[in-house]
Design a protein around this ligand. Sequence first.
Ligand code: KG4
Ligand code: ZN
Length: 328
Amino acid sequence: MRILGIETSCDDTCAAITEGARIRSNVISSQAAAHERYGGVVPEVASRHHLELVNPVVDAALSEAGVELDDLDALAVTRGPGLIGALLVGVMTAKALAAAKRKPLVGVDHLHGHVAANFLEPDPLEPPFLCLIASGGHTLLAGVRDRLGFEVLGQTLDDAAGEALDKGARLLGLGYPGGPAVERLAREGDASAFTFPVAMAQDPGLDFSFSGLKTALLYTIRGLEEGEAERRSADLAAAYQAAVVGQLVAKLERAARAGEWDAVALGGGVAANQLLRRRTAELCSGLGLRLKLVPGELCTDNAAMIASAARSLEPSPYPEYLGWDASA
Ligand code: KG4
Ligand code: ZN
């Protein structure tokens, strides 16, 4: 199956060509620079950028793979969840391209896409496995028993892990996206210099909570003397990152210890974080579980993961999909 995937749910305009588990091209045009001055994604700005970028990005994915629309077996697109205006650009583009060539179209759930990044080369992972998905909009533990979907074992009750890092970065005066900025600064800091609460650690369930953490950071910064927050920003970043990662790993460990899974995978933008990857690797080697870590560019939003999820789903034939909407 040769599939063109399109992903525009947030602030990355993405198109990719996959053939089975092989990635032929994976083009990502990040809009981060356009949103940085606002300290977060502005939905209307994102939609307008997608509109300008989507055609050149699809063209680049086709030409890098050396294929034409006629060579495709199907197209795939993220239908939700995400920013509605942003999603609509991808959905309408995919519908138009598929209809023009009378090709089938597959609608994909964005989170299923993050899970399906693990089905791609190198080293495709076959279900069953336990997958922690941590991104800017979602944080959940997924039980993956087949390629068709996943079961939510636990999820955040408030903010997502990436959102906590983005908001924390803002409090520390760092740029957007906050996760990579916190990670860079944290490398120079001492995580034990400050203590932030690891929420839900005593909670017996598998749910997460991150909103109290950013409040703790805010009060810590307020309690410092003039100029001290800037001077000790690396320590603050390191301690804050450790608290976010600490909670993710604690819940992953709780789920892994239940004993139902032989393999563990990570997905979503926060899965690019080196501390999380290291701590997860230690956990898995301690418990004797296989660990699958996809490369960083398959953790953050991309269209190869959308095409990968589409591989095992039922395509909708022309013209059934023409009435499709996006779902926020
Ligand atoms: O999956 P993704 O690209 O988009 C969503 O679906 O949300 O995830 C973006 C999130 C942002 O919150 C960003 O700060 C975070 O992933 N992120 C990271 C890193 N790279 C991206 N967080 C921690 N460390 C990183 N290296
Ligand atoms: Zn995502």
